[in-house]
Ligand binder design. Structure first.
Ligand SMILES: [Zn+2]
Length: 311
């Protein structure tokens, strides 16, 4: 009896040690994947004078307004959007923008994605009419650009039925065309071959008042878009460099769990966030649009710098 009691106590001790070790490992993993931030951000070149110069590189009429279609919405825990945030749900709008010019076809920025892809990715709201307007605007656009190759930005382009009409208008960089990262939208191979990829480093003057900014990091094909209207008003579309404005204000990246799942270069993205924050502080009138921020979208519509519904 005495020996048996001894043995049981030994087993109990071992079991408790194992449980304690598992708890500590889980705690460390939770801290690393969800809570831990980063060191000092690196450098990313984002100079307002250079953006303005590039906006004036191509002669012609600049945009007169920017319109938006809010195609779909979903939810994600805030904790996945930035490290050390809470677990409350955060609304993710998915949108497409129409950069409108006088007497010239529009430029479409972001194509959202179709209903099937939206539902598969967990979207709880989808506006068929809004997506229909995106499709017809793409068919008449002078250029279609996306900030990156993820499905919720480029999906509307790759699933469009009339690729013969739409593809010649697509301005995609090589990485957007060929990237194999998770969640990338893929054109059918024969369609891929019909698009001549845009190659540039730094800035690319796409049209009067419209500048592409190479921003590899969130994905290999990521870029931001700067717009200067004819009346001087300025916009910076971040794509998914940042889903939310809070990441910019706090200069805080997504948690490591999110960057691992996405396959994101978090060092590059953090440097971009710091550069955007500096640009924002120095230029308070600049309209900055993160990838999926409902509060900023609502404010933009209310303040009138984005207009609801495509023309
Ligand atoms: Zn996105």
């Amino acid at each position: 009896m005495v020996q048996e009691g001894h043995l049981m106590r030994a087993w109990l001790r071992i079991t408790l040690w194992i449980l304690a070790a598992i708890a500590v490992a889980a705690g460390v993993a939770y801290w690393w994947l969800i809570l831990a931030g980063d060191g000092e951000p690196g450098q990313f070149r984002l100079d307002i004078a250079e953006l303005r110069a590039a906006a004036n590189e191509v002669a012609g009429g600049k945009p007169v307004e920017v319109r938006v279609e809010h195609v779909a919405s979903g939810e994600m825990p805030l904790a996945f959007t930035r490290s050390a945030a809470g677990w409350e749900a955060s609304v993710f709008p998915f949108q497409s923008y129409q950069v409108v010019r006088d007497g010239r076809p529009s430029i479409i920025l972001e194509t959202a994605y179709d209903e099937e892809a939206a539902k598969q990715s967990g979207a709880t709201f989808f506006d068929r009419e809004a997506f229909g307007r995106v499709l017809s605007a793409m068919a008449q656009a002078e250029a279609i650009v996306v900030t990156h190759e993820h499905l919720d930005h480029m999906g509307g382009l790759v699933t469009a039925k009339d690729l013969d009409t739409i593809l010649p208008r697509a301005v995609l960089n090589k990485e957007q065309l060929t990237s194999d990262v998770p969640f990338a939208a893929k054109l059918p191979k024969e369609a891929q071959d019909r698009v001549k990829p845009l190659e540039y480093d730094g800035l690319h003057a796409l049209a009067p008042g419209v500048v592409l900014i190479k921003a590899r990091g969130h994905t290999p094909g990521s870029q931001m878009v700067y717009v200067q209207r004819a009346d001087g008003k300025e916009y910076l579309f971040l794509g998914d460099v940042s889903w939310k404005m809070a990441n910019i204000d706090l200069v805080r990246e997504r948690p490591r769990l999110a960057t691992y799942v996405i396959g994101e270069d978090r060092v590059a993205v953090l440097a971009q966030m710091a550069a955007i924050k500096a640009l924002k502080d120095a230029n308070p009138a600049l309209h900055i649009m993160p990838g999926h921020d409902m509060a900023v979208l609502d404010a933009a519509l209310k303040e009138g710098w984005l207009i609801k519904g495509f023309k």
